[in-house]
Design a protein around this ligand. Structure first.
Ligand SMILES: Cc1ncc(C[n+]2csc(CCOP(=O)(O)OP(=O)(O)O)c2C)c(N)n1
Length: 551
C-alpha cells in the first residue's frame, strides 16, 4: 500500500522507508511518552519532586537520534528524553539518575538531565543552556581533525538562541566548517516568554543566512520528516563537513516544569497543537496503513509499560546515597599521576616570555593531539609573539586563529577534551576572560565532579600591568578563579618555573588557568634548561636557605 498520507493532521511521506523502520520509530516515540505519563503520576503521588516535560516534542529527539550513528555525539536538553531512551540507556539508570541514586550518572549530585555518558555518546546540558552549543563545536572539530566523518548534533530551545553562546558557536562552526547539526526546538515559549518577545525575525533559521550556513525548517511533529531529512543532511555533512542550522517547529504542551503550569498559553494554541500530537498521529497513520494492527499496538504498549515498572522498582529499591566527604572532594579533579621529567643538561639564558614559548613548542612536539587556539595566534604569532613560527612547524589545524568569541573557544576546548584531545586557549589579555567566564567556572570546573568528564584545557592568561594600560589590559584577576573548585590556578614568577609548570599544566588532564605577568615577559632572565622538564604543582621552590631563626 502506498505509504503517503494527507488525511491526518500531519502529512506523512513514508514510501522510502521499510515497515520495520516505521515500527521502530513508533516504538521509540512511544517509550518516552509512556515514561513521562508515569512520571506525571509519580509527581502527583509525591514520589518524585520535579519534571520537565517533552510531551509533544518526541519526534524531534527520536528522529534526530535515529538519523545519527551510534558513535556520533548528541548534546541534548531538558526535554529530550527520547535521545536517552533511543540510545537504549537502561531505564533503571535514568530513573536512578532522577532519584539521585548510585545507578545514575552523577552519584546523586544532580537529579536531572545535567549529565553525560561517554558510553552512550551523550553529553548533557548545563543549566545555563547555551554553552553546550560551543562544546558541540569542539567535538566536531576533533572529528574533523581526525578525519572521522562523523556529525555532532546539539539541541537548544528557541529561548537559548538569544544567548551569546548560540551566536558565537554558529559563527565558529561556520568559519571552521565544522560538522555540527544545530537543532533548535522552537516550541513557542521559553518559560512564559512567547517567541514574539524572544526574537524579532520570522523564522530562527533566517539567522543561518547571516552566518553563511545551510539552514532548514522541519515540521518537528512529523517523525518521518524529521528522520528522513536529518538522515539526508547527516549523510551529506559526513562527507562534506559543514554546520547546518535546523529549526524544528513544535510546541511545548505542558508547563516549563510541572509546577509552573500553562495559564499564560492561549487555549486555541493548545488545541491546535494537540491535534498535531506526534505520537497519536503517527499511530493512526500506521494503523490506517495496516503497518500496525490493534493487537501489536497493545503488545508494544504493554511491553514498554512492564519495562518501565520493572526498572522503576529497581530504582526505588536502590539504597539512597550516604554522602561521603572524601568521595566528594576526590571527584572534583581527575586524579593526575604526575610524571617527573628532569633529565636535562644544557641551560640557556631565557627571558620569561622565551621560557613560555619554549614550553609551548616542546609540548606541541610531544603531544600530537594538542591544539592551540586564540586570537591572532597563527600567522601573527599572538599579541606577544609567543607562538611566532608555530604555524610553519605545526600547521593551521593545530595552531588556530579564532574569531573574537572567548566563550565559544573555551567551550570548543571542552568539546575537544570530551573527544579525547588536549588544548591550550590563549586569552589575548587576561582581562578578556570575563567574556568566557561562564563556561570556565560552570562547565570546565564542574564536569569531572558532575559526570567524571575531565576538561584537558590550559587557559593562558597574560595579566598584570605596569605599563599604564588601564583597567582592561592590566588586571591580575587570578582571584576570580582561585575560589572555584575544579580549576587549578598556576602563577609562576621566574622563567625556570614558568617553563616547568606550563609543561605540567599541559600534561595535567584538569583545567588549568596559567597566569603570565606581562611585566615579567621581557624584564627578567634566568638560566633555563633547553630540554623538556616538569615541575610539580603545589610544591614551593627553595630559593634561599637560612639559618637565622625568626623570632
Ligand atoms: C542562562 C540562563 N538563564 C535563565 C535560565 C532559566 N531558564 C531555564 S530554561 C528557560 C527557558 C528556556 O527556553 P527554551 O530555550 O525555549 O527551551 P524550552 O524550555 O522551551 O524547551 C529559562 C529561562 C537558565 N537556565 N539559564
Amino acid at each position: 500500500m502506498n505509504k503517503e498520507s494527507t488525511s491526518f493532521n500531519i502529512e506523512y511521506h513514508a514510501d522510502s522507508l521499510k515497515d520495520s523502520t516505521l515500527i521502530q520509530l513508533y516504538k521509540n516515540m512511544l517509550k518516552p511518552r509512556l515514561i513521562e505519563e508515569k512520571m506525571l503520576i509519580l509527581l502527583r503521588q509525591g514520589k518524585i519532586s520535579k519534571w520537565f516535560s517533552g510531551i509533544g516534542q518526541e519526534a524531534i529527539s527520536v528522529g534526530v537520534t535515529m538519523a545519527l550513528n551510534k558513535d556520533e555525539y548528541i548534546l541534548p536538553m531538558h526535554r529530550n528524553l527520547g535521545v536517552f531512551t533511543t540510545r537504549n540507556i537502561p531505564l533503571y539508570r535514568l530513573f536512578g539518575q532522577w532519584q539521585g541514586k548510585a545507578s545514575g550518572f552523577t552519584k546523586g549530585r544532580d537529579r536531572s538531565f545535567h549529565f553525560g555518558t561517554q558510553h552512550y555518546k551523550i553529553v548533557g546540558m548545563i543549566s545555563h543552556l547555551g554553552p553546550q552549543l560551543g562544546v558541540a563545536d569542539g567535538i566536531a572539530l576533533a572529528s574533523k581533525l581526525k578525519n572521522k566523518n562523523e556529525v555532532t548534533a546539539v539541541f537548544t530551545g528557541e529561548g537559548g538562541t538569544s544567548e551569546g553562546d548560540f551566536h558565537e558557536a554558529l559563527n565558529v562552526a561556520s568559519v571552521w566548517k565544522l560538522p555540527v547539526l544545530f537543532c533548535i526546538e522552537n516550541n513557542g515559549y521559553g518559560l512564559s516568554t512567547p517567541t514574539s518577545e524572544q526574537y524579532n525575525c520570522k523564522d530562527i533559521v533566517d539567522r543561518g543566512l547571516g552566518y553563511g550556513m545551510e539552514s532548514h525548517i522541519i515540521d518537528g511533529n512529523n517523525i518521518i520528516e524529521v528522520y528522513t531529512k536529518v538522515k539526508d543532511i547527516a549523510e551529506r555533512v559526513r562527507v562534506n563537513p559543514h554546520p547546518v542550522l535546523i529549526e524544528f517547529k513544535t510546541f511545548r504542551m505542558r508547563g516549563h516544569e510541572e509546577a509552573s503550569g500553562v495559564k499564560y498559553v492561549p487555549q486555541e494554541l493548545m488545541d491546535n497543537w494537540a491535534a498535531k500530537d506526534p505520537v497519536i498521529n503517527f499511530q493512526s497513520f500506521l494503523r490506517a496503513h495496516t503497518i500496525l494492527n490493534e493487537e501489536d499496538e497493545v503488545t508494544i504498549k504493554e511491553t514498554i509499560i512492564s519495562e518501565i515498572n520493572e526498572h522503576l522498582d529497581i530504582a526505588f529499591n536502590e539504597e539512597i546515597i550516604i554522602p561521603n566527604e572524601t568521595t566528594e572532594l576526590n571527584d572534583v579533579y581527575q586524579v593526575y599521576d604526575y610524571q617527573e621529567f628532569k633529565n636535562y643538561s644544557e641551560v640557556k639564558e631565557m627571558r620569561f616570555i622565551d621560557a613560555i614559548s619554549n614550553s609551548l613548542k616542546q609540548s606541541m612536539q610531544r603531544h600530537d593531539d594538542l591544539v592551540i587556539m586564540g586570537q591572532d595566534v597563527a600567522e601573527y604569532g599572538g599579541a606577544f609573539k609567543i607562538t611566532e613560527g608555530f604555524l610553519a612547524e605545526f600547521g593551521k589545524d593545530r595552531v588556530r586563529n579564532t574569531p573574537i568569541c572567548e566563550s565559544a573557544i573555551v567551550e570548543t576546548a571542552m568539546g575537544l577534551s570530551i573527544a579525547g584531545m588536549k588544548s591550550i586557549v590563549e586569552m589575548q589579555f587576561a582581562d578578556f576572560v570575563s567574556s568566557g567566564f561562564n563556561p570556565i567556572v560552570n562547565y570546565l570546573a564542574k564536569s569531572h565532579y558532575r559526570w567524571n568528564q575531565n576538561a584537558d584545557v590550559v587557559i593562558r592568561m597574560p595579566c598584570g600591568g605596569g605599563v599604564a594600560a588601564g583597567p582592561f589590559h592590566s588586571q591580575t584577576n587570578e582571584a576570580w578563579f582561585t575560589k572555584t573548585p575544579g580549576l587549578k590556578v598556576v602563577y609562576p614568577s621566574f622563567p625556570y618555573d614558568a617553563k616547568g609548570l606550563l609543561n605540567t599544566a599541559i600534561n595535567d588532564p584538569n583545567p588549568v588557568l596559567f597566569f603570565e605577568h606581562k611585566g615579567l615577559y621581557r624584564s627578567i632572565r634566568q638560566d633555563v634548561p633547553i630540554d623538556y622538564y616538569t615541575i610539580p604543582f603545589g610544591k614551593a621552590a627553595v630559593l634561599k636557605e637560612s639559618t637565622v631563626m625568626l623570632q
